[in-house]
Design a protein around this ligand. Structure first.
Ligand code: CU
Length: 304
């Protein structure tokens, strides 16, 4: 029994030690070849998801170590060649209470941080700007609500040409093959941005892993989500809902830039925006009256 206690102590120490270099495993936003762990992302949402994932991982590691060590110990210690005789009881109320209560407590303990993260994830209040995202077969439409700026974003020409060529594409041909677009979504850093997401034809899903969420784009329905990126950079993603033959060829590129750079870009875009057709669908306008009225008031303002 003393041996077993010592074993447990060693295992606990090993588990704690292995838990220490969490930061060593920190990942940058873009996935690396042979990356094993979940990426850390660049938003509070992705950080929460990462921490929840690591907490669950280490709980599983600890349970795994305890269970397999106890099993190994029992197999070795109570082996037949040592004359061990199996016990014949079939019920033990105390053991049953223990092995029900402990897992319930572990699950409740894990549910608390997960639930609070989920609640934060769905809280789109106090956002400073809104971008409407519309999924099309097979590209994305972006509209900066109230700014009169909208455009479509589709697979870049170089990826398209390489893909049509039928050759085996290497990193040297295109470092961001199938993950680059003609018009990236430009957003300011340190700004809470609300996204309203819908689709025009079939269900798509807007997914940029570094932001820590994905959201379905469903025709006739407006889903919303938010993000706040603190590190300038380029973050890439893809459509994450099988949407037809070119599902794999409608990537997403988010370019997060400092606020003044964003304002300059927006001004340039506004100036260049000879009246481009807004990427509005009747369904979207019906489901988001405040968005529609915002567009209407912008239109009135620009007419007057
Ligand atoms: Cu799609």
């Amino acid at each position: 029994m003393v041996q077993f206690a010592r074993l447990l102590k060693t295992m606990t120490a090993a588990t704690l030690l292995s838990g220490l270099p969490l930061t060593v495993w920190a990942q940058v936003a873009a996935p690396k070849p042979w990356q094993l762990n979940l990426g850390r992302g660049v938003t509070a949402t992705s950080e929460n998801a990462y921490q929840a994932h690591m907490a669950v991982l280490w709980v599983c590691v600890a349970i795994g170590l305890i269970v397999f060590a106890a099993m190994g110990y029992a197999i070795f210690k109570f082996r037949k060649s040592k004359g061990a005789v199996a016990a014949q009881f079939s019920h033990n109320t105390r053991a049953e209470i223990i092995w029900t209560t402990i897992p319930v407590l572990i699950l409740v303990g894990l549910a608390f941080p997960a639930t609070s993260s989920l609640m934060k994830m769905y809280d789109t209040r106090d956002s400073e700007m809104t971008i409407k995202v519309v999924g099309y077969q097979w590209m994305w439409g972006y509209e900066y609500l109230g700014e009169g700026v909208s455009f479509t974003s589709r697979l870049d020409r170089k990826s398209e040409m390489l893909r049509q060529s039928g050759k085996k594409v290497s990193l040297a041909d295109h470092p961001d093959y199938l993950l680059d677009v003609d018009n990236p979504l430009v957003v300011p850093v340190n700004t809470k941005i609300r996204f309203v997401i819908t689709a025009d034809d079939v269900i798509h899903s807007w997914w940029v892993p570094a932001l820590g969420w994905k959201q379905d784009a469903v025709p006739g329905i407006i889903n919303d989500a938010w993000t706040q990126i603190d590190t300038p950079g380029i973050y890439r993603g893809q459509c994450a809902e099988l949407c037809g033959k070119d599902h794999g060829f409608m990537p997403i590129v988010v370019k997060a830039v400092p606020k003044d750079e964003y304002q300059a870009w927006l001004a340039e875009r506004k100036a260049a925006a000879a009246p481009a057709a807004p990427v509005s669908t009747p369904a979207a306008a019906a489901a988001a009256p405040e968005a529609a009225s915002e567009i209407a008031s912008t239109a009135v303002a620009s007419e007057g």
